[in-house]
Design a protein around this ligand. Sequence first.
Ligand SMILES: [Zn+2]
Length: 534
Amino acid sequence: MPQKKKFYITTPIYYASGRPHIGHSYTTVLADALARWQRFKGADVMFLTGLDEHGEKVEEKARLAGVEPQEYVDRINEDYVEVWKKLDISYDRYIRTTGADHMRRVQAIFQRLVDSGDIYPGSYEGLYCTPCEAYWLPSQLDEDGNCPDCHRELRRMSEPSYFFRLSKYQKPLEELFAREEPFLVPAGSAREMINNFLKPGLQDLAVTRSAFDWGVVAPNDSKFVIYVWIDALLNYITAMGYPDNTADMERYWPADIQLVGREIVRFHTLIWPAFLMALDLPVPKKVYAHGWLLFDNVKMSKSLGNVVDPLVLAERYGVDSIRYYLLSEMGYGVDGSYTNSDFLQRINTDLVNNLGNLLSRTTAMINKYFDGVLPYVSNVECSSEESEWDLDLRNAGESLFHQVDTAMAEPRAANALDHIFTFAARCNKYIDLTEPWVLGRDAAHRDRLAVVLRNLSDGLRIIAALLQAFLPRTAAAMAEALGLSAAPEQLTWEQVQVWGVWQPTEKIAGGVHLFSRLDVDAEIEALNKIYSEQ
Ligand SMILES: [Zn+2]
């Protein structure tokens, strides 16, 4: 048997300086949908996420909390694991940078680069942002002379340090950005890297710190800890066993896609590939920079006090409501905007009125007119108009997989969902056109009615199969309502491209409600109350 195609996908490892919020959830839910989509297509998927637990900021947070840094990150880690569980995140591996294997491997890699001359000793003087743990060049500052990432004030620091010879990789990185198959998408992000960093010329990067202890000790010089960003970036290969355990590394590396928020693009598309080049490893096939989820158009952040709790939303409205909202709201590389009102309205319009209604109407009619068992009718006389409606629906259903697959390859998850929900709307429209309740009044139209309901059920089967990657619980509930719980073979990526496959193994009971209609104003009030009491 030929070996399955592999698919390695990563989220950034999140910084353990605070609890997870809905912004982290967006990245992780997107990664989860992409991973599930590839599994659906039969790939051997490796989905990696985890926690970045070192650095000055963590050390300081722990001190403020009056606990040891390890205890502090252990608590944060519990929060993350709980949220991922609640959001049905199907990661295959989870890495923490305080893990012994990771730390040992980071040291081995660092030593290797010292030996090869890619890392060398020197001394650093420059403008430093403590919250971002980054040095900045005068040319990189914002209009006020502050940190270009967080816009806080910088301080002048001078310290001995080891440096990574980033400048040596100027040319290979230029070539990487010029290659035909884009390394970084969307294109706007790539242009930013070229204009802001590659064109001015890359400077060597300080890769050690000596002002604090909470990090991986430099193996060749114990006065230093390794810069938290280097420690963090290496997780994508240490989690695969590099450099000492090569089986998974050979199987999965290079990553097929790495997801990053746009504030960390520079690290992932300049420094990270340069490190890989220095190690003679291939670079990731693609890096996708997504926008931020804005809360009423302001970036969500703890300091602004506008954090939305994904656990509260998942608990109250079901995990698939929040998954649906995140995946459909975030456009390709642009910012999404969250408001409670928008979230609640989308549940009503898309999940209740469109999808939920289609399923409940179809199954209720099968139950009502055929007692839950639809006869198989092969050929029915019908008007040319009617056969056109049937053919349109069939064509739309059969081409849906390809549309979704194309969108997911980019990755445009919002477009993928839009295709699916547009098809659901089309099925609802088909009900309006064919008027099954009129057909049901006359025994002479019984065969035609059976054909109409079979077409609708087949459309729903395709929707349920495709939604497995996005809304796994909803997909399972739909399959059950369609009598397909025991027939997963009708929900595969191959069968989803074929019309007329639906063959339930159970009676259709009807009376299914996927999502409940919400009173938006009352819910906004309830949410405000919950948050104010937290
Ligand atoms: Zn900063």
